[in-house]
Design a protein around this ligand. Structure first.
Ligand code: GCB
Length: 603
């Protein structure tokens, strides 16, 4: 193998994490805790607070009434008012709403309990407990000891449990609370189902004393021959050598690691087969220390903006996209595995997409990895949605933390080309400050991708205006517009006038309208497939004339559940803007967009 020049840069810790996230858990030595978990529905939080409403886990004296104690007694006289083992079970991963009819609308606390045995393969090894996501707030306890609290429903977190875990009869208890609150991210008001529960994989990760916790391996900004990034070890015992190799490119480099800080590296190479939708090449990359070898599969590509164009690997690209929620419509449930990811992404492929907007929060790692493999560019977003409590410092920290966790998990995925800061947030000084903070935060982690946010337009004297101040801070000016649905005439749409203040690529992050699959009529009848079809035809005619248009992600691939959509016999709890119905049948508008994308291939 060719040795290349090594540049070692000591990167300062960029921010302190609430817990240090372990990345690439898919390729580590793990044991799943997925499966059946016992649960107790606890709307009054009886297992958390005593009758003076003081949390048990903040008391100095241990109290067996706390559900996390999972208390059992042989004393027939003793008062014990809960028993996980006699309670029902739920499947993990999975939302609770879709698993028990009584929980469809439930928003509040549910306690989960899983017992397990665990024998480490080497007694000196360390053990970590990893959750893919829990919506929304999780209090986690193992064998009666609190591990921590996590806030945010769509990002992973982990705890070290080496000193608590036993070979037999461990009991893991998690209090999950999905109540909506004003200061949360997202806030009280959203147009999607507030699925509660342990919604993603749970696993135990066994690691050596000192291990590779995280790394970034990507093409360096501005270069198409230099692969750079950092390696972060956990618990460096002595000076350690870490070798990063990409056998197929015949390159490797070794860095000397002295402490737990991130260590930068750079590898120069030639002959990279760049990742693209047409050819989503992923390279096996090995990270080797004295104690372990960790493998990943990483694609290399450049993504940049030049004036009003988006360039992928130096060539102008049009984002032929579609928006997607993390939901399997056939199960009417949160999506959480490869099979779900395939259903959604194969539909997008069939539509002719090269790009998906994963709205409105970070989706599970399965779909992101699948997009990497299938060659689908991705817009990843955090749930800063509508009217967040922008003046609230803790809301900002919460949003930043969710962004940190999302970027930490996904930064090595070539498919991700855009980080989105927000969706349809109302402009104000407080909002601008909030979003600018998020933009800077993102740049401090990852300067290789583009930054955007779904903004809004307003109309003045018949002209559609995009002048949101945030446009200055974004690489791509994206906005949602609903001509023909929430306002504006479809007939005149193709002649609409546009005034966009920025000479940057423009992406229509949403447009669309609802139709009940199977309902037919004329283009003058709302909810018919014909109306939706006409809406797509006219919007696409209009979009073709928008200056600097560089991509679209219409709203939305498939009908999705929303408690806000109440019209009987039409909506029945579903947002009907899907191009595909909730039972998987394509509506007429699907074929309009498919044809539009097909024609784009010849442009
Ligand atoms: C929007 C939102 C999206 C909604 C959609 C709608 O602008 O961004 O979350 O679901 O409109 O259907 O109204």
């Amino acid at each position: 193998m060719k040795r290349t020049t090594v540049l070692i840069v000591l990167l300062l810790p960029i921010m302190s994490f609430s817990q240090d996230l372990i990345t690439n858990t898919i390729n580590r030595n793990t044991t799943t805790l997925n499966g059946t978990w016992h649960y107790i529905i606890d709307p009054y939080e009886t297992g958390y607070y005593n009758y003076r409403h003081e949390p048990y886990d903040k008391q100095t004296k241990s109290d067996n009434r706390a559900f996390y104690k999972n208390y059992h007694t042989d004393d027939k006289l003793e008062l014990v008012e809960y028993d996980f083992d006699k309670s029902q079970t739920l499947l993990v991963p999975g939302d609770w709403n879709s698993q028990n009819e009584k929980l469809l609308y439930y928003e509040g606390t549910i306690w989960y309990k899983k017992s397990f045995d665990y024998k480490k393969s080497n007694p000196l090894n360390r053990l970590f407990l990893y959750f893919g996501a829990i919506n929304y707030k999780a209090e986690v306890y193992l064998n009666g000891q609190k591990l921590g609290t996590h806030i945010g429903g769509f990002t992973p977190f982990n705890y070290e449990i080496s000193s608590i875990v036993k070979p037999k009869n461990n009991y893991l208890v998690v209090k999950v609370d999905n109540k909506r609150t004003k200061e949360a991210i997202p806030t009280i008001n959203t147009d999607w189902w507030n699925y509660g529960g342990i919604t993603r994989d749970v696993k135990l990760i066994e690691e050596p004393q000192s291990f590779v916790q995280d790394y970034s391996i990507q093409l360096k900004k501005g270069s198409n021959t230099s692969i750079s990034g950092f390696i972060k070890l956990n618990n460096v015992l002595k000076e350690e050598k870490v070798t990063i190799s990409i056998p197929e490119l015949k390159v490797q480099t070794t860095v000397l690691v002295k402490n737990d800080n991130k260590i930068g590296f750079e590898i120069n190479t030639k002959g990279i087969h760049y990742w693209s939708p047409e050819s989503p090449k992923l390279y096996a990359v090995n990270i080797k220390t004295d104690y372990q070898t960790l493998e990943d599969h990483i694609g290399f590509r450049t993504i940049e903006v030049k004036g009003p164009k988006i360039l992928l690997n130096g060539k102008s690209v049009f984002l032929k996209g579609i928006s997607i929620h993390e939901e399997n419509p056939m199960r009417a449930a949160r999506a959480f595995n490869d099979a779900d990811a395939l259903v959604l992404l194969n539909w997008a492929k069939e539509l002719g997409c090269n790009y998906v907007r994963l709205a409105h929060y970070p989706h599970n790692e399965h779909i992101v990895r699948m997009a990497d493999q299938l060659g689908m560019m991705v817009w990843e977003e955090i749930p800063v949605y509508w009217t967040i409590d922008f003046k609230n410092e803790s809301a900002l920290n919460n949003a930043k933390n969710q962004l940190t966790e999302a970027i930490t998990r996904d930064k090595n995925r070539a498919c991700i080309v855009i980080w989105s800061m927000a969706n349809e947030t109302p402009p104000s000084d407080a909002r601008n400050k909030f979003l600018i903070d998020l933009v800077n935060h993102t740049k401090s982690f990852d300067n290789t991708r583009l930054i955007s946010a779904a903004l809004e337009t307003h109309n003045k004297n018949g002209v559609n205006i995009v002048d949101d101040k945030m446009g200055e801070y974004l690489d791509i000016v994206a906005f949602n517009q609903y001509t023909g649905w929430y306002g504006g005439s479809l007939e005149n749409a193709p002649n609409a006038k546009w005034d966009i203040s920025y000479d940057k690529p423009v992406v229509i992050s949403e447009f669309g309208g609802g139709a009940l699959q199977g309902l037919h009529g004329t283009i003058k009848e709302r909810w018919t497939e014909e109306y939706q079809e006409y809406l797509y035809q006219q919007n696409l005619r209009m979009i073709d004339k928008i200056p600097n248009i560089s991509g679209i992600s219409p709203w939305i691939l498939v009908d999705f559940k929303s408690p806000k959509r109440l019209l009987p016999n039409i909506q029945d709890g579903w947002n009907r803007k899907g191009l595909i119905s909730n039972n998987g049948i394509k509506k007429k508008a699907f074929y309009i967009l498919q044809k539009y994308y097909k024609n784009k291939e010849h442009e």
